[in-house]
Each structure stands twice: as structure tokens, then as C-alpha cells.
Design a protein around this ligand. Sequence first.
Ligand code: AMP
Length: 162
Amino acid sequence: MYRRIMLAVDGSTPAALALKEAIKLGKALSCEVHLVHVIDDAGAADDVGYFAPAAANQKLLDAGRDYLQRAAAELATAGVAHSERLIEEPFAPGGIAITIDQAAREASVDIIVMGTHGRRGVRRLLMGSVAEGVLRLSRVPVLLVQGEDDGPAFSLRRSSQA
Ligand code: AMP
């Protein structure tokens, strides 16, 4: 059975729903949940670009740590063993899916749990799907939990306008 589950977190509603499933699996199987967040360098360029890349990077790092800490706190409350990894830049430029798959291999996980927004049509063409990318690359099963796309809990754009 599964001994180690990877949960990919990005602060979104689907990832929060995926956390609930990881907690169920972790409790039922008494296995460890390995949390991973990849700093999305493409997001920094979109939001502030040349203007303040260092500040943008710090905000992304802070947000990433926050996503991991919040998920870790829920796992601790549920009594599920866990570990965390913040990957400060994708292993390939813009390659979040490649990085999640590589991290899963390095951590020797037995299954990957993720959210997905279930985008359709043009949005999917433009934005792609991290979950679909992982599904194509992964050597272990991938559990996808679909949720509404209401945007990330953290936004550089929103916080810089505040
Ligand atoms: P999709 O909606 O198909 O693009 O997949 C979104 C899911 O991919 C999220 O719910 C997370 O599980 C995962 N994900 C997306 N971005 C990241 C990231 N930067 N770090 C870790 N996991 C991520």
C-alpha cells in the first residue's frame, strides 16, 4: 500500500480540496504526506517583471512558505505525519509539472495528489494544466481533485495595489 503521498500545493481552492483527500488517505493508511510547492518564476515576470524582481521573488517565497505551513498545520491537527519542500525555482523554466514529477521521484512517493481547475476551451489553451502535465510524466498514480477556479489565495497584483 501507499507509504508516502505527495501533495502539490499552490494556495488554490482545488489544492485545498486535494489536501482533504490527502488527509483521508494519510489517516486511513497511516502514511506520510510530503508537501511540495514550486516557486512559479513565470508568475513573477507577469506581475511585476522588470520593475522589482527581487521583491516579487520574496513575495513568492513568502507565499510558498505560507501555503506549506497552512497545509502542514491541517495535517498536524489531523494527526498525519508530514514533511515539506519548497522548491525555489522550477527545474526547467516555467516547468511546474516537470518539477513536481521530479520532486516525486526524488522523494520516492507512491502517489501524487493534486487539485485541478478543470479549465475548458481557450483558457485551457492559454493557461495549460499543471495537473495534466504531471499525469503525463508521472510513473506513479496521480489523484486529481477538481475544484472551482477562484484564483490563488495570494496575488502579487492584488497585494501590490493595496
Ligand atoms: P491545473 O489546474 O490543472 O493547472 O492544476 C493545478 C494544481 O497543480 C494545483 O491544485 C496544485 O495541486 C498544483 N500546482 C499548481 N501550481 C503549483 C506550484 N507552483 N507548486 C505546487 N503545486 C502546484
